[in-house]
Ligand binder design. Sequence first.
Ligand code: HAM
Length: 430
Amino acid sequence: MKYKAVRGMRDLLPEDTGLWALVEGVIKNNLQRFGYREIRIPLLETTELFARSVGTDTDLVGKEMYSFNDHSDESLTLRPEGTAGCARAAIERNLLQQPVRLWYQGPMFRYERPQKGRYRQFEQIGVEAFGWHGPDIDVEILEMGWRIWQALGLTDKVKLELNTLGSADVRKRYRDSLTAYFSEHLATLDEHSKRRLKTNPLRILDSKAPAIKELCEQAPRLIDALDDPSASHFAVIGDELDALGIPFEVNPRLVRGLDYYSHTVFEWTTDALGAQNAICSGGRYDSLVELLGGRPTPAIGLAFGIDRVVLLAADHVDNIATANAAQQIDFYVLPLTDAEHTAAIQLAANLRIAMSNAHILCHAGSGKVKVRMKAADRSGAGHALLLGADEVANGIVTLKFLRDDSAQEQVPIANIADRLSMIWHQSKTG
Ligand code: HAM
């Protein structure tokens, strides 16, 4: 075959998209019920926006961006995440006069090594709340995540890991003590970590190398160095999650890979997907709006990795059955020869008006009756509506049951919508 999809970028086929639509629908419905409103932002932004927001020292900006110069030699980047663009839009379009709750959906692009659950084009649904200082909004966003896992039937598959990075001052002091600690253990550090020791020692805590992980176990913990306001902000979140009955674990090693975070950070993780265990993550980024030229505005958000949520949801037979049902064809209108084609499209059109929720397919293509019947069967429809010369002459339809042995019926055209509605309701109510 000549052309192939670009590595790490996937086609989702019709048999996949039903479950995707179901998962996306559940998430969006819940976001809207919590008062979040949709914003649509471009896939391309200036490279500078991501460098500024996410940080030049991160893997994301340093190694993973799809950047290119356009015809006017401006450096643009396919968005690797949505927070920077959303903050840019909120500032540019003057949305920050009062607090605002936003959500967005779409593809993100990262040049990572592809594997199960990790792709170079992947889908996020993200949420950003601008303008609230207090822990109440942190709790709201965490609760919203939990309600979504409940609605998807996934609560026993996910775990909420929570940490705080404290204020900028706290982090600065902590950075100094980490630098001192790792400097005493230079021999254990690999080259990568040594570089990070100079640029951002907190990121060493993210290392996957066993020796460094071990070293990190003994490192000073930021959570022990919090100032009072940071500590009490974090304590309220824990108390309120307890009050709502939402389980969580404090993970003092959770640092996240993007530089804009401060205070609360979190990840919903799962054991079910191997190495790619984060399915939804986020945190506070109180300085980003100001960094991008807006007036100081606290903010917090999260993003669901939809590819991963779908992988997880696919293990649930209930979800798949419901998703497939949403794409199921109910009735197949079948002209027996080309001569009945006009009658067939008229019948299909009338039925689509009479039964607004039913899925009605009208046969396309010529061929013998046998070929047409095969197509009806392959469509998955439960019933075929046969229109031959006799049917058209007598104003009737032959209703054929494709999935059981019921005898076929001759139904007057005037009654067909009522008869099919009865069948349709019976099939939906079991
Ligand atoms: P992130 O942790 O980089 O955060 O990505 C969020 C989620 O996207 C991850 O938890 C994961 O499920 C999914 N994800 C990331 N990379 C890939 C990939 N290569 N393939 C498949 N899924 C992936 C952010 O992007 C922040 N903007 C989230 C945020 C919003 N923070 C505040 N507001």
